[in-house]
Design a protein around this ligand. Structure first.
Ligand code: ATP
Length: 327
């Protein structure tokens, strides 16, 4: 089962409609580089057949094999295949390869990284904007967890923005699939609304395997349990969301040392200060998301009920709402 079920089969025959055969680089006009990762380059491109603008993630095979990252590439494809029909997750449109490279054709997030908007604001986004994007992140991550996926590398660089300024979660290269044995459930047009049976609890219950213990992620957003060699669970993604909410409101991440070691020390000591100017409800929610003990940390379902979101419309699908303007 592959990500491109809709482009499978007849591989031969120049006369097959483009959507019916495996694609190749020749199907795209490559333009400028959108981003560089440690193992990939993401290039903007146009589909020659449909004129659709896409983002193609190009991974160098030799580099991946040499650095022993084949497993991560497989996980990224599996996670995107499982999740990528959700409106807040970047869609995987096709995959193919040539002798040197693997290609992931992704929906293009035209407005780039959330990080750029946070930087532009200097000392934090408006409260309404921070609330809205926190809500989109909660809904997206709740969906991941309900599908048995931990992201494990949530940070403002991996929160991309579409042309209509809704989030598109990206970079599943550090993800953990907790239920690889179960067949992928088709993503709903709208994600499940009722969360009171606790998607978080479900993922936590499954989060025991040793392989979740490897350090993945980015120093500033890594949870204290991961630093103490405990398994990552849904709560580890909640920690990262707490860091992102802080960063949206304050303008910088809560834990930042002069090097990774210093950052880790700050995380383990829960050494952070929320400036006085920050809204009291936001401050309280951040405080509950950044609890050292993952079992004591607020769940996403409870975060939605927090006073910070009082009056927030959780019933209208959030991707049908108009986002507050960003700087
Ligand atoms: P890292 O080494 O930081 O984990 P990576 O190799 O996993 O990166 P991605 O994070 O997937 O690569 O992509 C790198 C950058 O390319 C992103 O941060 C973003 O700026 C850009 N990018 C990735 N996917 C898209 C997309 N679908 N639309 C627009 N830009 C994208």
């Amino acid at each position: 089962h592959t990500a491109h079920a809709h482009v499978h089969a007849p591989r031969s025959g120049a006369s097959s409609p483009p959507a019916m055969r495996k694609r190749s680089p020749a199907d795209y006009d490559f333009a400028q580089t959108l981003g560089e990762g440690s193992y990939s380059t993401v290039v903007r491109a146009t589909d020659r057949h449909s004129d659709r603008v896409v983002a193609i993630k190009i991974l160098d095979k030799r580099h991946i094999v040499k650095e022993k990252k084949t497993k991560y590439v497989a996980v990224e494809k599996a996670a995107l295949t499982l999740l990528s029909r959700h409106p807040l997750v970047v869609h995987l449109l096709a995959t193919f390869q040539d002798a040197q490279s693997l290609y992931f054709v992704l929906e293009c997030a035209e407005n780039g990284e959330l990080l750029a908007y946070i930087r532009r604001a200097h000392d934090g986004l408006d409260l309404d904007a921070a609330r809205f994007y926190a809500a989109e992140l909660i809904i997206a991550v709740e969906y991941l967890h309900s599908m048995g996926v931990l992201h494990r590398d949530l940070k403002p660089e991996n929160v991309l923005l579409s042309s209509d300024m809704h989030i598109k979660l990206a970079d599943f290269g550090s993800a953990k699939l907790l239920r690889p044995e179960s067949p992928p459930r088709p993503a709903p047009a709208a994600p499940p609304r009722d969360t009171d049976h606790g998607a978080d609890a479900h993922v936590d219950a499954d989060a025991a395997p040793k392989s979740t213990r490897s350090f993945v992620g980015t120093a500033e957003y890594v949870s204290p349990e991961l630093l103490q060699d405990q398994p990552a669970g849904a709560a580890s993604d909640v920690w990262a969301l707490g860091c992102i909410l802080y960063q949206m409101l304050v303008g910088r991440p809560p834990f930042k040392g002069s090097n990774d070691y210093q950052t880790f020390q700050k995380i383990l000591k829960r050494d952070f200060i929320i400036p006085d100017r920050i809204d009291p409800d936001a401050r309280d929610l951040i405080d509950k998301m950044l609890v050292l003990d993952p079992n004591g940390r607020i769940s996403l379902a409870d975060a939605k009920q927090h006073a910070f979101f009082s009056g927030f419309d959780w019933t209208t699908p959030i991707w049908d709402q108009t986002p507050p303007p960003l700087p």
